[in-house]
Design a protein around this ligand. Structure first.
Ligand code: PMP
Length: 428
């Protein structure tokens, strides 16, 4: 908050497409989709229409004993577009709540199946899964976690497949394969006490947009099945086309036991999340009331009709706009516009997976030594962006682009120009 003595908050009056407009006549391209939630631009006319239509019909209703059309439609749609075998849907109201639900459901499944010795979770180093206690416990970004460590459930943390520290000349695939051996050792030794492994498919977003090869997920799925450990895929940030496919898991040809989605699910309009799971998991809870095997977890706004209606409109846009296909062209423009930064003396690499691109600033390109966090180099890029109609909000030393899908090639090129100048300033 004290920062705002120097950098006042920017109240936004309205949004339109990729643009945000403040009260002083300035505008900004939302290059990070307001924390990766916006997909089809601000104040999107199609989503607006769906929202107001639903508001005129039903704003909310208790989601226990009652149901409604938007939620049923959405559940059916999600089952249809997600990897095979995910047939049951549980709604939550944020990404973090989706993670809590998946963790609880995994543990409870094993308990209901006579395996109450399974009480632990495995996560990846540098992962992020949200801010509530369970989600924070399975995350590994010290900035968010360290303070609360004494209060959190212990987790088995395994080296990440992140390809940033691969050997020179080594491929992503080879590095991710090699890193998998850490996971193999951990699971082979401890699978009897492990409920689930929780991962962010392909990109560790809040962990500085670090990326890895899909082969890791393919191998992880095989091993989890073999050792009776659940796989929880947190696609809260990467789902809905961010990685170039609708879901990151598709690139590895895998279905997780639990798929968590949120953020882009509503096109960035309203808080809503969902956890998809298999019928096998569902059946482990399906019993007479008196057996007390049911999964009791409810949020007041579970399955909110307004949120479900905008989610349905968002998923319709993917079809009518041929989004996944069009994004290939945009991703190519992103790649070309930023590729020159690979030669920058203070940029270790430009990495990209689909519609997510990151350039990492370093003290030493060869050793990849990071700038000390206290120097806040990213803040300099942010400030330069603001002066030039761009909302770029680096993660530490990492300048990244996660734009709404309605961005144009010209706007991407503008962002590349401003990001480059910002990096130049910040690394002087
Ligand atoms: N998982 C991932 C991968 C995320 O990126 C985030 C949010 N940045 C969350 C979980 C938490 O979602 P929410 O902020 O909606 O609770």
């Amino acid at each position: 908050m004290k920062d705002h003595e120097h950098y006042p908050l920017i109240p936004i009056e309205r949004g339109e497409g990729v643009w945000l407009y403040d009260f002083d006549g300035n505008r900004y391209i939302d290059a990070i989709s307001s924390w990766w939630v916006n997909l089809f631009g601000h104040a999107n006319p199609t989503i607006n229409a769906a929202l107001s239509e639903q508001a005129g019909r039903l704003e909310h209703v208790i989601f226990a004993g009652f149901s409604h059309e938007p939620a049923i439609q959405l559940a059916e749609r999600l089952v249809a577009i997600t990897p095979e075998g995910l047939e049951r849907v549980f709604f939550g109201d944020s990404g973090s709540s989706a993670i809590e639900i998946a963790l609880k459901m995994s543990f409870h499944y094993w308990k209901n199946s006579g395996k109450s010795g399974k009480t632990e979770f495995v996560n990846l180093a540098n992962s992020y899964h949200g801010e509530t206690f369970g989600a924070l416990a399975v995350g590994d970004v010290p900035l968010f976690k360290q303070t609360y460590e004494p209060l959190l459930m212990k987790c088995r943390t395994v080296a990440s497949p992140d390809c940033f520290f691969r050997e020179e000349g080594e491929s992503w695939e080879s590095h991710s394969r090699q890193q998998f051996e850490h996971m193999r050792t951990e699971l082979e030794q401890h699978h009897e006490t492990i409920c689930a492994v929780v991962v962010e498919p392909l990109i560790q977003c809040a962990g500085n947009m670090r990326m890895y090869h899909p082969v890791y997920l393919t191998k992880l799925r095989e091993l989890c099945t073999q050792l009776e450990v659940h796989l929880i895929a947190d696609e809260i940030a990467v789902g809905f086309g961010r990685t170039g496919t609708m879901f990151g898991c598709e690139q590895a040809g895998v279905s997780p036991d639990f798929l968590c989605v949120a953020k882009g699910l509503t096109g960035g309009y309203l808080p809503l999340s969902a956890v998809l799971t298999s019928d096998q998991v569902y059946q482990a809870f399906y019993d007479d009331y008196s057996t007390l095997r049911a999964f009791l977890h409810s949020h007041s706004f579970t399955g909110n009709p307004l949120a479900c209606a905008v989610a349905n409109a968002t998923l319709e846009l993917f079809e009518s706009e041929n989004t996944i296909e069009n994004n290939r062209m945009l991703a190519q423009v992103m790649s070309e516009s930023f590729s020159h930064l690979n030669d920058h003396r203070q940029v270790a690499e430009v990495r990209q997976t689909g519609m997510m691109l990151a350039a990492e600033m370093v003290v030493d390109k060869k050793t990849r030594q990071p700038y000390p966090w206290q120097e806040r180099r990213g803040l300099k890029v942010y400030l330069h962006g603001l002066k030039n109609e761009c909302l770029l909000r680096p993660l530490g030393n990492v300048v990244y682009l996660v734009p709404p899908y309605v961005i144009t090639p010209d706007q991407i090129e503008h962002l590349a120009k401003i990001a480059t100048a910002g990096i130049e300033l910040a690394t002087k």
